[in-house]
Design a protein. Structure first.
Length: 429
């Protein structure tokens, strides 16, 4: 198994370019199914979730290619409608193939996306929305070779527009509905749609292809169904969660880091908290952190534009070395505090009460052997280890690699002592 070795308590100094957005890349690549011809996606991060999505597209009959950060997907040959297999079961976003396959061919068969450590992650809102668009679901197919696969079987002989009222602004349910509605017959309105920038990117990509999707006030999205979409070239924005993770690591370590492409306008909630903690970010995207951080007071995660749940663990790590007491309440997922136990191994003083975590900052954390519980928890442990005195070993690098293209390269370029090691070639320190 691959793990990270870090020797901490070094300030970070240098410049960094943030990778393309994982949570925009996944729905945009899936949306390449909605029409024929080669779509070219630029600034596409080289991460496991993207590779898994490309593997699913190839299973459906698409041709895919990659040169560096530019990926091409040509769905002209896609005639399959089932995506069972390791990749679809590994990534949560494979559920978006439901809307894309129904939009393309009126049929879909896919595994139930598993829950994960951060929560049960149901898909009831996705299924309710699809049914309103005319989709019918089956437990198992009555013919064909798929009968042995447990999962979601759906078809829609007439995919038509509808009014979808989401009880909560689910990112996935919003994106799945958009994918099914862009080629449906008639108009679809989504009330209380997700406001996340990644959902906007999906809409921009589809509109560039000839779709008609409009964001209206109050979280409403209106979609006028079209007959077909064209193949286009599209460039993904920077990943705001990777950027936020790195800003937090810089705040914890101290130093001066310039981000060449910081999506600051998408990180307003985080920047406001960093300002409370005594960390300045200049207009040009340079983080300046000197001296001991101040506590952040009370923080509550919320759907965009609120403080993002994906930065909750990295912020928790940093608040463990801030001066004073801070509290974070997690309102989006029901089990996203697993990183706390690992941070305690490094000397953190964290108390969990219900959906809130209370951090009493200590002057410094110390290095330890820890295990990444999930993707963003892994990034949190990297930030903590970089700020801690002494050496740390972080198991579970494969979680981190799902969303961070090369966290070692990035922090090494800022002067950190961090390296990736494999059990098979154990190094003696
Ligand atoms: C997306 O997940 C992101 N993933 C997550 O990022 C992110 O944490 C989340 O949005 C919230 O911002 C991708 O975009 C690939 P939701 P998603 O549907 O779509 C409940 C990361 O680290 N819900 O907005 O699954 C759900 O249980 C990942 O990059 C239902 O109850 O999130 C959760 O409590 C982690 N029924 C809440 O809504 C449903 O049918 C928000 O989920 C759907 C969701």
């Amino acid at each position: 198994m691959r793990y990270l070795e870090i020797s901490g308590k070094r300030p970070l100094r240098g410049e960094l370019t943030i990778q393309g957005s994982k949570n925009a890349a996944l729905p945009v690549l899936t949306a390449c199914l909605l029409g024929d011809g080669p779509c070219v996606i630029e600034n596409c991060p080289q991460i496991q979730d993207v590779e898994d999505t490309l593997a699913i597209l190839r299973k459906l009959g698409c041709k895919t290619g990659r040169v560096g950060h530019t990926v091409s997907v040509d769905a002209s040959g896609a005639e399959q409608f089932a995506i069972f297999g390791a990749e679809a079961e590994r990534i949560r976003s494979s559920v978006l193939f439901l809307g894309a396959l129904l939009g393309r061919m009126g049929e879909a068969a896919l595994p139930y996306p598993g829950g994960c450590v951060i929560g049960s992650r149901p898909i009831d809102l996705h299924l309710k929305a699809m049914k309103k668009l005319g989709v019918r679901f089956f437990e198992r197919p009555d013919t064909g070779t798929l009968r042995e696969e447990r999962g979601i079987y759906a078809n829609a002989f007439h995919l038509h527009g509808a009014c979808i009222q989401l009880p909560q602004p689910s990112v996935g349910a919003t994106e799945n509905t958009i994918l099914a509605a862009v080629l449906a017959d008639g108009e679809t309105v989504i009330e209380n749609a997700a406001l996340e920038p990644e959902t906007d990117e999906l809409c921009r990509f589809l509109n560039l292809r000839g779709a008609d999707i409009r964001r209206e006030r109050g979280g409403r999205i209106r979609i006028i169904g079209k007959k077909k979409l064209e193949a286009v070239r599209y460039r993904l924005d920077a990943d705001r969660i990777v950027a936020g993770s790195y800003l937090l690591a810089g705040a914890a370590c101290g130093g001066t880091v310039h981000f060449r492409n910081l999506p600051a306008e998408q990180l307003a909630a985080l920047l406001a908290i960093l300002s409370r903690m005594g960390v300045a970010i200049t207009e040009e995207g340079t983080l300046c952190a000197e001296g001991r951080l101040l506590a952040a007071g009370d923080v509550v995660t919320a759907p965009y534009p609120g403080f993002p749940t994906d930065l909750q663990s990295p912020l928790m790590a940093v608040l463990c070395v801030a001066q004073g007491v801070s509290q974070i309440c997690e309102t989006v997922f029901e089990n996203r505090f697993r990183t706390a136990a690992e941070l305690r191994k490094m000397g953190a003083d964290i108390t969990i009460e219900g959906s809130c975590a209370r951090m009493k900052g200590t002057a410094a954390l110390h290095g330890a052997d820890v295990n990444a519980p999930d993707l963003r928890g892994g990034a949190a442990l990297v930030a903590a280890a970089l700020a801690a005195a002494g050496r740390s070993r972080i198991q579970g690098y494969d979680y981190i690699a799902r969303g961070y293209e090369d966290i070692c390269r990035d922090f090494q370029s800022l002067g950190a002592d961090i390296r990736l090691t494999d059990d098979r070639d154990e190094k003696v320190w």
